[in-house]
Design a protein around this ligand. Structure first.
Ligand code: NAP
Length: 281
């Protein structure tokens, strides 16, 4: 299987390239997925599967820069789906739980209605729709959440604050399950080889936590008192920050379909020490 990774310099892209070092790795400079001419002109000869890890992921900035988000997250996947139709490769496209509003009472199923709260989620939802429309029978869309593992993520930030003796205020009314980037990369490879198509969820397994609870766990593993982390509500946190996007209260995704397809997502707690080991010191 000849693979190509787009967005190869991002958090997930790097994990994919590490898992498949034989893949053709294209960062934004090598292929800008928002550029329809560049995607149409790209030579995909011999490529069986394209993993699209390229995205505009600045959730708050998207509220004031919507054109950038729509270009990468909606137009980009549409260009790639057109190329997949032409060249016959399998498109494995990555999406997010931000396509939902987070009001579901439990783990959100794959077929729940799309109802994004902000620009980032709306642009990612449009990207999903474009892929499904162009490749109705032959696409793999994988939604994930709370990706960590590259040293610049929430866990690494909390580890730094723990070491610096800071007592942070962390949001306690958004619940989810962290996803270790290498585990997500493995899941994408399994799904690509499964012969199954459609929409799947892949996140860390195990007990859901709030950001506050996750921060407490990081503080404890760093040898700090978890009591140094203060819980705040989303509205308190955003009170003095005018451009904070609304986020889903419930980010927990139902993993059933991916599990049936052969994906075994490890519990997020099992990956936490590895994430901490990668955090800059
Ligand atoms: N991070 C999370 O918590 C999270 C949660 C749920 C879902 N996801 C989804 O997971 C996927 C991977 O996210 P990530 O965490 O790896 O994000 P990331 O670290 O921000 O990586 C995204 C990469 O895409 C590149 N990119 C942006 N616009 C591009 C374009 N027009 N053409 C080509 N490349 C472009 C970026 O390059 P530049 O650095 O040059 O901009 C960056 O290297 C995305 O689809 C994201 O929506 C992420």
């Amino acid at each position: 299987m000849h693979a190509c990774v787009l967005g190869a310099n991002g958090q997930l892209g790097r994990a994919l390239v590490a898992a498949r070092p034989d893949a053709v790795a294209l960062d934004r400079a090598a292929l800008d997925i928002g550029d329809s001419d560049a995607v149409a002109a790209h030579d995909f000869t011999g490529v069986d599967v394209v993993f699209n890890a390229a995205a505009y992921t600045a959730v708050d900035r998207a509220e004031t820069e919507p054109a950038g988000a729509w270009r990468a997250n909606a137009a980009g996947p549409a260009h790639l789906a057109a190329a997949a139709r032409e060249h016959g490769f399998l498109l494995v496209h990555v999406s997010t739980e931000y396509v939902f509003d987070g009001t579901a009472p439990g783990p959100v199923p794959e077929d729940a209605p799309l109802s994004p709260l902000g620009v980032y989620g709306a642009s990612k939802a449009a990207g999903e729709l474009a892929v499904r429309a162009a490749l109705p029978d032959r696409h793999v869309i994988v939604r994930t959440s709370w990706v960590v593992g590259d040293g610049g993520d929430f866990v690494a930030t909390m580890a730094r604050l723990a070491r610096d003796g800071v007592r942070p205020a962390v949001v306690d009314d958004q619940v989810g399950r962290p996803t270790f980037a290498p585990d997500l990369a493995t899941a994408l490879l399994v799904l690509a080889g499964s012969g199954q198509h459609g929409t799947f969820h892949a996140t860390g397994d195990g007990e859901p936590v709030s950001w506050y609870q996750l921060a407490r766990e990081v503080f404890a593993r760093c040898g700090r008192d978890p009591g140094d982390v203060r819980p705040v509500s989303s509205s308190e946190y955003a009170a003095d920050k005018p451009h904070v996007a609304r986020r889903p209260a419930n980010s927990v995704l139902d993993l059933s379909r991916a599990t049936r397809a052969g994906v075994a997502m490890p519990a997020w707690r099992d990956g936490l020490d590895q994430v901490l080991a990668r955090a800059p010191r």
